[in-house]
Design a protein around this ligand. Structure first.
Ligand SMILES: Cc1ncc(COP(=O)(O)O)c(C=O)c1O
Length: 485
């Protein structure tokens, strides 16, 4: 066993990992990367098919990002945001405000997002939004009010205690029930397994052939109404726009987001958009851009596809192009103003982290934003998105593929025992994990969400590399599911 693998096994505790399983085999130790390729300690190469857990945008070792990082390193790596401003964080805040309020993107351009609170990770971006929304509500509705939040069934918003309180995946959240505050959940679209979808399964994305009466929207409306009857209504509505990630890459049918956010607004709830996964161009043309429209500017944020402007926009993962842990929570002037006061009034937002506004992260994020806005990069992303749609079709040949869902450059392939009755596999069969292990043996790395295989290629992925990713998934499904457990 490689000495680094030995050190890992002796000392490192990995996230979301059953360490008993981990200790049974030699881990892959990544030493370097270039573009969409990762290289391990034995010199083997792998394609990074989930963009290093949904973070990487432009590929590894990108010359522009490296140069920006080096330039910043030549000046300073970090100084505190407590009592000090700094160069790249100020510039980045201005850029984020600019792109978040892109005028052509939202129906109303309101509310205007013009303040940026930096933190470190997706979880902390949500934690900040939650605390701000909570306190803002108390200050506007009165100190005795007890702000309550509504989020979606299956939601995952991170692992800090506030973020966990907004989540509704029992596997991750139940164990910590005693630590959490109560939040409500409401039905989220899951067309493939929706009890209101009266269509028989077809060999297509379930959103395309669904037959329903938008009961998922009605449920949201009922939930808001019911809450209003009992009191002042929800303080905030928290959602991932267009696609729920850790819930199992579950996309929303076109129009759902605009409808439910309109309902939330009508009931006085603040909109908290978690774009930790969907942000920075991941949702591409939203599946709606025709090939050939090369000069079109792609929305950077998923909410913009449906003209939705939240009161809080939570960003992380791709913010630095997948280089460094950094997050941002954008909000409005009115939220900001509610925290203004005399020193002795203690209206201050008492929250912050040691590395808030870190210069290395901010400098890299600025370079990443610049790359994202290049026309050539946007055209390449549209081409890759269409290629992904095309290549995924080959997977329908397997009877174990129940649903293939794609939004932009995010795809989830749900594996089932039998596609006609949509029968899931038993948990102990570990089908998702085994398929991903078989993909790794074919030189392609990704992680499943249950039995949903996730593909989220870096934007620099070539057509040949994309084909290799899909071919590895195709063959891995065949190998794992054609042979007995
Ligand atoms: C939608 C969403 N929100 C929040 C988070 C938490 O982000 P982090 O792991 O950076 O804390 C994640 C992580 O996967 C996520 O997918």
């Amino acid at each position: 066993m490689h000495r680094l693998a030995q050190l890992d096994r002796t000392y490192v505790w990995h996230p979301f990992t059953q360490m008993r399983d981990w200790l049974k085999r030699e881990p892959i130790v990544i030493l370097s990367g270039k573009g969409a390729v990762l290289r391990d300690a034995a010199g083997r190469e792998y394609l990074d098919a989930n963009a290093s857990i949904w973070t990487n945008l432009h590929g590894h070792n990108h010359p522009r990002l490296n140069a920006a990082l080096r330039r910043q390193l030549g000046k300073i790596a970090h100084s505190s945001a407590l009592g000090l401003a700094n160069e790249p964080a100020s510039q980045l805040a201005a850029q984020l405000v600019r792109v978040a309020n892109e005028p052509r993107r939202t129906a109303t351009r309101e509310p205007h997002l013009n303040k940026v609170f930096f933190s470190d990770d997706g979880s902390t971006a949500l934690e900040v939004a939650l605390k701000l929304a909570y306190e803002f509500t108390r200050r506007t509705r009165g100190p005795k009010s007890r702000p309550r939040f509504l989020s979606l069934a299956g939601a995952y918003h991170g692992d800090t205690v506030g973020a966990v309180s907004l989540g509704h995946i029992d596997l991750f959240h139940q164990a910590y029930g005693g630590l959490l505050f109560r939040s409500d959940q409401v039905m989220a679209p899951y067309c493939y397994r929706c009890r209101f979808n009266r269509a028989q399964p077809e060999r297509a994305d379930a959103r395309e052939y669904r037959r329903c009466r938008w009961e998922c929207v009605t449920r949201v409306e009922q939930q808001f109404r019911a809450r209003k009857k009992r009191g002042p209504g929800y303080a905030g509505f928290v959602f991932e726009p267009l696609m729920q990630g850790a819930a199992g890459m579950i996309p929303q049918p076109v129009g759902w987001l605009a409808r439910v956010t309109e309902l939330a607004r009508a009931h006085g709830a603040l909109l908290i958009a978690d774009e930790v996964m969907t942000g920075f161009g991941r949702t591409g043309g939203g599946g709606r851009l025709a090939l050939g429209r090369r000069s079109v500017a792609l929305p950077l944020f998923a909410s913009q596809h449906e003209g939705v402007q939240p009161d809080f926009l939570c960003l992380a993962k791709g913010l630095t192009g997948g280089y460094l842990p950094m997050a941002a929570t954008l909000t409005t002037q009115s939220v900001f103003d509610a925290f203004l006061g005399e020193y002795e009034e203690f209206k201050t937002f008492f929250h912050g982290h040691s590395y808030t506004g870190n210069q290395l992260g901010a400098a890299t994020a600025l370079a990443s934003l610049e790359l994202l806005q290049r026309q050539s990069g946007q055209s390449a992303r549209i081409r890759l998105e269409h290629a992904l749609t095309r290549e995924l079709q080959s997977l329908w040949s397997w009877p174990w593929v129940g649903d293939i869902r794609q939004v932009g450059l995010i795809a989830g392939v749900e594996l089932v025992r039998d596609w006609r009755p949509r029968t899931p596999f038993a948990l102990r069969e570990r089908v998702g994990i085994r398929v991903c292990e078989a993909m790794a043996r074919r030189g392609v790395l990704t992680r499943p969400v249950g039995d949903v295989i996730v593909l989220m290629p870096p934007y620099c992925t070539t057509l040949t590399q994309l084909r290799r990713m899909i071919a590895a998934l195709h063959d891995a499904i065949g190998q794992v599911l054609s042979s007995p457990v």
